[in-house]
Design a protein around this ligand. Structure first.
Ligand code: PEP
Ligand code: MN
Length: 340
């Protein structure tokens, strides 16, 4: 349930209203937006009488929220959520570009790639230290050492780092990581989501391979319901009957998620397509559709990459793609961030 407050409602009136509502054993969430102030109610509200609430002198309107996601719902938080990630604003009026290798492979590889990505205009660095691979015989990542190398690359370039956590038991290693990624395969690892909800770091939540948008939003809700509202939604392609691409990038997910939720939306064209040639057109499509960030795989030597070689861009190719992204981002009024 959402309660829209009258503009003239005083602080004291709102406080009294909140106390009264909490008597019904529901959680209240007061959001002071740019254009309105609302109270979101979470819990069992079926027995609450809308007319009685509406009769309160500081209430403008009351609406029931049908969707099962509440904290992630735009009705609960009409303004866009803007996250501050080491000085970069994600979800605001700037486009962020997260670039870097699929996996962190060595100090030389991650530092070289990070420098090249930064020079091309990337605003954050990605790199997998823990790798969710389909085969247990494939490269599994450098794990703790991978995170240490990412931190070195951050020191070298000033780029905040994004890296994936696969298991609860590794979470303690992520204390200096700027954004914790939850991979597509873990989107419904609810215990992991709950634990991430209890930490104070931005979480980049990737859509599961066969998950609906509502399931993605419910997974965001798991994190938010534990107290962490710093959630970033990521469209990374879904499984369809089409085998020519690794997955099918769901462009419509971008405006839909932005409409249904206030959370920032990131698009990963690399895992969506699996084909390096498609990164440019898919990135441009995602920017045109209103994404807040792109996550693109870049490797200094993709042919010898230990994972996802076919979809990673060389630094040269990435530079060219970035030029197009910058031009389009400028055109749509959401220029690529250039914060130092
Ligand atoms: C990744 O970004 O490294 C990754 C494994 O992606 P996904 O979880 O989307 O497959
Ligand atoms: Mn990858």
């Amino acid at each position: 349930m959402v309660i829209v407050l009258k503009n003239e409602a005083t602080h004291q009136q709102v406080k009294e209203l909140v106390n009264w509502l909490e008597g019904y054993n529901v959680k209240t969430n007061l959001v002071e937006g740019v254009h309105s102030r609302i109270i979101g109610l979470i819990g069992d509200t079926v027995h609450m009488d809308i007319d009685t609430i509406e009769a309160n002198e500081c209430v403008e309107a009351v609406r029931r929220v049908q969707e099962p996601y509440k904290n992630a719902n735009r009705k609960f938080h009409p303004d866009d959520t803007v996250l501050d990630i080491f000085g970069r604003k994600l979800g605001g009026d700037r486009l962020q570009v997260i670039a870097g290798p699929c996996s962190v492979e060595s100090e030389k590889q991650i530092i070289e790639t990070a420098i090249a990505c930064k020079e091309a205009g990337a605003t954050m660095l990605r790199g997998g230290a823990f790798k969710p691979r389909t085969s247990p015989y494939s490269f599994q990542g450098l794990r703790k050492e991978g995170i240490e190398l990412l931190l070195k690359a951050k020191q070298e370039t000033g780029l905040p780092i994004v890296t994936e956590v696969m298991s609860l038991e590794h979470l303690y290693m992520f204390s200096e990581v700027d954004v914790i990624q939850v991979g597509a395969r873990n989107m419904q690892n609810f215990e992991l989501l709950k634990a991430l909800g209890r930490c104070d770091k931005p979480v980049l939540l990737k859509r599961g391979l066969s998950s609906t948008l509502e399931e993605l939003l419910m997974s965001a809700e798991y994190i938010m319901s534990e107290g962490n509202s710093k959630v970033i939604l990521c469209e990374r392609g879904i499984r369809t009957f089409e085998p020519m691409t690794r997955n099918t990038l769901d462009i419509s997910a971008i405006p839909l998620l932005k409409h249904k939720s206030h959370l920032p939306v990131v698009v990963d064209p690399s895992h969506a397509t699996g084909i390096s040639k498609l990164i440019e057109p898919m990135s441009l499509a995602a920017v045109a559709a209103g994404c807040d960030a792109l996550e693109i795989e870049v490797h200094c030597d993709p042919k010898h990459a230990l994972s996802d070689g076919a979809q990673q861009l060389t630094p040269d190719a990435f530079r060219k793609v970035m030029e197009k992204i910058k031009a389009l981002a400028e055109f749509v009024g959401k220029p690529v961030d250039n914060a130092e």
